[in-house]
Design a protein around this ligand. Structure first.
Ligand code: SF4
Length: 403
């Protein structure tokens, strides 16, 4: 007997990150096309990348959702129908929308499934009912909603619900903030958020000692220990924030949560000895101190990030496997250079990492080197079980980086 689990929805900031997230177990990914999304600095997908990404995801049984969550002005709608047509041709599974006018336009010009973005700040059952009546198929609840509040919304309104389970937080009602507009000239609601709330600011004043602090910055969300509550509340999809984040992040977070959900699916509980390993894995990606934010109680002063709480991980992403199989070596693209004798950690799609000392480094012609260089393809000794899109970590101590 298997047990019901929610969908795991991971960010795909680029085609390669999509492949990494799906390979590490994401049931669905969300991404931006070249228009109408809220991450103008992400490597947004070109039409051909979109086609390839959707084909790859569908082959692996995963879904693709495209964000159209900018708030639009009238003139922005001009080429909107054409863009919707492209999304339909690519067979994307849904679009994620914030603006009421955009919901109308998607309904008018396409038959795409509509998910309401967290940007719309849906926090209660009345609003959820209203959005449902307007044709929305799924609601990504505002991050201010607790799991128990979400459970009540689910009971009152028969609609799919999605909640954030992991990643950076916004200090405003998701994006309804203009700090970035005023300080950087970048519009948060049109894809330009500069994350100004996460900067260090000085507190100054007459008679006061000048003080620097991250007083508007939130800790990062981590809902691993609350997965049972999400399941009990019937939340349909668990979303990971971070389209701008690294391959290492996309792979690690997808792996941890998909392993935990797969364990539950089989056993019906989370009492796994792997829980500590999953938590340790989450500590290996760059992050601020973790919080459960508003998931179990309203976020308060204990959710504010203090720079002294920055948790340095011991590892970096060293390389990504591109080819591996029967051969005695595997081909990898190096991101952080490492040397013969350094320790590498292969992160398989399932199960514990495998630790290896690197015994040789060759370029693609077979010439031996003592040290790899980033951005190049290298032959490394094969590791049993390695697969394309596996991430290889390196230890910062080996790289000579301070920890
Ligand atoms: S600057 Fe911070 S609070 Fe404002 S929209 Fe961006 S993440 Fe949210």
């Amino acid at each position: 007997m298997t047990h019901w689990v929610p969908e795991l929805l991971a960010p795909a900031g680029s085609l390669e990150k999509l492949k990494v997230a799906v390979s590490y177990g994401a049931d669905a990914v969300y991404l931006g096309g070249q228009k109408f999304g809220l991450r103008s600095a992400a490597d947004n997908f070109t039409p051909s990348e979109l086609k390839e990404g959707v084909a790859f995801a569908h082959e692996h049984g995963s879904h693709v959702y495209v964000v159209l969550n900018s708030f639009l002005h009238d003139q922005d709608f001009e080429d909107f129908p054409e863009f919707l047509k492209l999304l339909e041709e690519c067979q994307v599974d849904a679009v994620i929308v914030s603006d009421r006018g955009v919901v109308e336009a998607v309904k008018e010009y396409s038959s795409l499934t509509v998910h309401l973005s967290t940007q719309a700040s849906c926090l209660n059952a009345k609003a959820a009912k209203l959005w449902k009546d307007l044709g929305v198929d799924r609601i990504v609840l505002g991050r201010e909603v607790s799991i128990s509040e979400a459970k009540k919304i689910k009971e009152e309104v028969d609609i799919e619900l999605e909640m954030f389970v992991h990643g950076s937080m916004c200090m405003a009602y998701s994006g309804h903030c203009v700090i970035s507009n005023y300080t950087q000239g970048r519009d948060s609601n049109r894809g330009g958020c500069a994350h100004s709330c996460r900067f260090e600011y000085s507190l100054d004043g007459e008679g006061l000692e000048k003080k620097y602090a991250h007083f508007m910055s939130s800790k990062d969300l981590n809902g691993l220990r609350l997965l049972q509550d999400f399941i009990d509340a019937g939340i349909d999809s668990l979303k990971v924030e971070g389209r701008m984040k690294s391959h290492h992040y996309a792979g690690t977070i997808s792996k941890v949560y998909s392993e935990a959900l797969a364990f539950y699916k089989e056993k019906g509980h989370f009492l796994s000895e792997d829980l500590y390993r999953w938590e340790e894995e989450l500590s290996k990606v760059s992050h601020r101190a973790y919080t459960t934010a508003s998931l179990d109680k309203p976020a308060g002063s204990d959710s504010i990030y203090d720079e002294r709480q920055h948790e340095q991980s011991e590892t970096n992403m060293g390389a990504m496997v591109l080819e591996a199989g029967e051969s005695s070596y595997m081909l990898a693209e190096v991101r952080s250079p490492f040397s013969v004798g350094d320790t590498l950690e292969l992160m398989p799609f399932r199960g514990p990492s495998q630790i290896h000392k690197i015994t040789s480094i060759e370029d693609v012609t077979g010439e031996q080197f003592e040290r790899s260089r980033p951005g190049m393809l290298w032959r490394l000794p094969a590791i049993s079980g390695a697969r394309p899109y596996n991430i290889i970590r390196v230890y910062k101590s080996d790289l000579g980086e301070a920890q």
